[in-house]
Design a protein around this ligand. Structure first.
Ligand code: TYC
Length: 102
């Protein structure tokens, strides 16, 4: 006679309701990086249109800083590094920072 086989899954699944932490990337103004270069970096790294990039660059230029976008941690880290490296390669002090969103 066939034995009864327990076919219930042995691993319990747990609903994942927590959202990933998000990080805000901010562009800081400085007196040396050319405006066109800032716009080019925003377009290349943060996939902005020229109009969007111009708006963000001008806000940082006038107010001292401008939030660029919000990402998960790895994406924010990668984009900040790419953008900061691009400035450093040209000898500019261009700076993007990231901080966890509340
Ligand atoms: N202030 C720079 C200039 O006058 C341009 C600039 C804008 C640099 C925004 C950085 O985040 C920045 N050349």
């Amino acid at each position: 006679m066939a034995e009864k086989v327990d076919e219930r899954p042995k691993v319990e699944t747990k609903a994942r309701t927590e959202r990933p932490r998000l990080y805000k990337v901010t562009l800081l103004n400085d007196d040396f990086t050319p405006r066109d270069f800032v716009v080019a970096v925003l377009m290349a790294v943060f996939r902005m249109t020229e109009a969007e990039a111009l708006g963000v660059m001008l806000t940082a230029h006038r107010k001292g800083a401008c939030v660029v976008a919000v990402y998960t941690r790895e994406v924010a880290e990668t984009k900040c590094k790419q953008a900061n490296d691009a400035g450093r390669e040209q000898g500019y002090p261009l700076a993007f920072t990231m901080e966890q969103e509340e």
